[in-house]
Design a protein around this ligand. Sequence first.
Ligand code: NAP
Ligand code: GDP
Length: 312
Amino acid sequence: MSKVLVTGGYGLVGSMFNKPNYIPLSSSEADLRIREDIDNVFEKIKFDGVIHCAAKVGGVGGNMNYKGEFFYDNILMNTNVIESARVHRIKNLVSFLSTCVFPDKVDYPLTEKKIHLGPPHSSNDAYAYAKRMADVQIRAYREQYGLNYKSVIPTNIYGINDNFDIENGHVVPSLIHKCFIARETNTPLTIWGSGTPLREFIYNKDVAKLTEWVLENYNEDEPIILSTSEEISIKEVVEMIIELMNFKGEVKWDTDKPDGQFRKPSDNSKIKNYLPDFKFTPLYDGLKETISWFESNYENVRGKKSIHSNQI
Ligand code: NAP
Ligand code: GDP
């Protein structure tokens, strides 16, 4: 493929596509909620493929507090990018769903066939319904126009270039940031919820490698789950981060904060069948690399909070 557009190209996932023919796009170059902006991008350069990473993304806090924005921004971005790609005769596109889009109550493990079988968890329903519509749009375009458009479904992603915002970010970047502040200011580290919920984490570099493969090689009507299929409790993740960051202070659990969905275990057999030799980065190794990057780049990380702030 000679030219591939990466929307959200400077984000957690988008920044991991390093081939010279992959061209990153930022929101300052094109606000994808505006159809004309994405049309202009496709009119200036002839792309053969699109990896659509751009989205309004957040953890359980962001999803609960900004439901309107999460719905509106995501449904517009997805609708515009997918339709504009079609109009500009781009044959190949990958869009991102998430294991958050699955029903809250459904038989486990989650498989590609279960996306629409019931309502999503209330903590992220606005985001989930907006994302589900991208799945509907892609299936419709495959059927009517015969385009090789498809979606990937990653589990919780983490890695360098994440959004480390403490209130709205995902659990791993928020914990790294909070642990750093607690260590530097000798204050307690406060964790949200009970620590019992289970999650599956995937490293952003692994997501990028697998997505490149999907763009070039995958052409089925159903999306494909990108997952290690290894569950770990939030409490265990906290313990790993504390050890890796050499935090010796007090740890508090704020059970007034939400636990979110209890678990969302996914079945990775489809990707494993295609790529049986793919080696996922172990969580410990990925966290180690992410923490080391965070500590060296603290001044410039997304969502940075001053360690002198009294809002901690
Ligand atoms: P991210 O780091 O927040 O990157 C998303 C990028 O989207 C941002 O960098 C932002 O670009 C861009 N964006 C937001 N609003 C935009 C707008 N109006 N116009 C143009 N661009 C806009 O998110 P990510 O974690 O890499 O997520 C990539 C994809 O994976 C998303 O579709 C997300 O839903 C999905 N996903 C993420 C996770 C996770 O745990 N992070 C899990 C499952 C699925 P600028 O920085 O240029 O403003
Ligand atoms: P989710 O997988 O969509 O629910 O998103 P998150 O990445 O936000 O993970 C949420 C889980 O981590 C919930 O069980 C939270 O209670 C727990 N958690 C513990 N501390 C934090 C924190 O500081 N930030 C976030 N976002 N979640 C936390």
